[in-house]
Design a binder for this molecule. Sequence first.
Ligand SMILES: *Cc1c(COP(=O)(O)O)cnc(C)c1O
Length: 426
Amino acid sequence: MNNKISEIYDIDPRLLELGRRAEAASADARAKMDEIAEYCGAKVLKAFADNKVSEPCFYGSTGYGYGDVGREVIDKVFAQALGTEDALVRFNFVSGTHALSVALFGVLRTGDRMVSITGKPYDTLEEVIGLSGKKGNGSLIDYGVEYGQVDLNDDGSPRLDEITEAVRGAKVAYIQRSRGYSLRGAFTVADIEKMVNAARKGNPDVIVMVDNCYGEFIEEREPSQVGADIMIGSLIKNAGGGIARTGGYIAGRSDLVELCSYRLTCVGMGKEVGCTLGMNREILLGLFLAPDVVANAKRTSAFAAELFTMLGFECSPRADAPRGDIITAVCLKDEEHLTAFCRGIQKGAPVDSFVTPEAWDMPGYADKVIMAAGAFTNGASIELSADAPIRPPYAVWMQGGITYTSGKIGVMLAAQEMLDAGLIAL
Ligand SMILES: *Cc1c(COP(=O)(O)O)cnc(C)c1O
């Protein structure tokens, strides 16, 4: 933390000093992140070379998109980088939820059973699965797919014995790697390996599907490398490297990826169609940058965890704890701290830094929600962002930071905002 930043930003010298200490204290954690970024960066680079990425891959296609070399190469590069047989990477996935929905509908049939083995899935999937009980809307349950769930223990750990029993006769065992809006930790690849083994023990044929949102390039291995059959993610999170403006991916066993491609386009055509317009270059550039960008988000998260722990707030995960995603949750104790935090994060954004985030009644949420984000891509949470429902324990989930410099400044401004409001003492 350079002291001279106070010439540019109005940050209290005592806070800068604390920032320096937080940075020094998270140095070991960052060294591990550097190593992982190097390994993942090498994997990605080799995937580009082995699949002969070249200038014509950037041109893109129109209409049906027949013979789009870039599209075909992108699928191969992603598959290799993520350690899978095949991948379906498309800007046409409107979000992570859409890609997850395509994967679920691609694989499951009427009468099949899916079992979520990591408790209740991410909020937006409730409608996709049909947990709200609505009839006639085409959810999985509406189509006659059965749903089961194995809850997590109170400490957020999976119930391995229960998983073994629950997946007998099931088609899909579903794992959500990231924490979503819960205070449990994200699962590491080693955790996922244990769950895969527990599931296979009960049902060797079960298809293990992983919601890999926020998980790509967090560790050297991906869930596919410990036995997961299919993984899904968003390109406006980790895998798009802050460059892809939209899109998602499904990567895994080639027979399953093919079924998903039938669902995304149509049966018989699958991956062979779909023009890419001008999107190939940014998808490739985004993937190329992703390991380092993810590392920047992790560095920012570890710095925030260290700084806010020093300021007396509970953070999860702690800076030096194993990390399964890019998120840090900070328990801020009350609404005033929470809104001040979000105002500060917003001030550190490169875009829309001048606006003041306010809590509002967002559709689909029971409590008011506040969101701070000033991103080049709307909703891109690989860029520095923070969001929180206004309810106890007044936790904020912050993530992203495509550069460590900007991420760190955003975090410092969040603390400064609290200081200015008289909410913390140094
Ligand atoms: C972000 C996310 C999704 C997908 O959300 P979208 O906003 O639709 O991209 C799904 N699961 C988890 C755990 C996520 O973090």
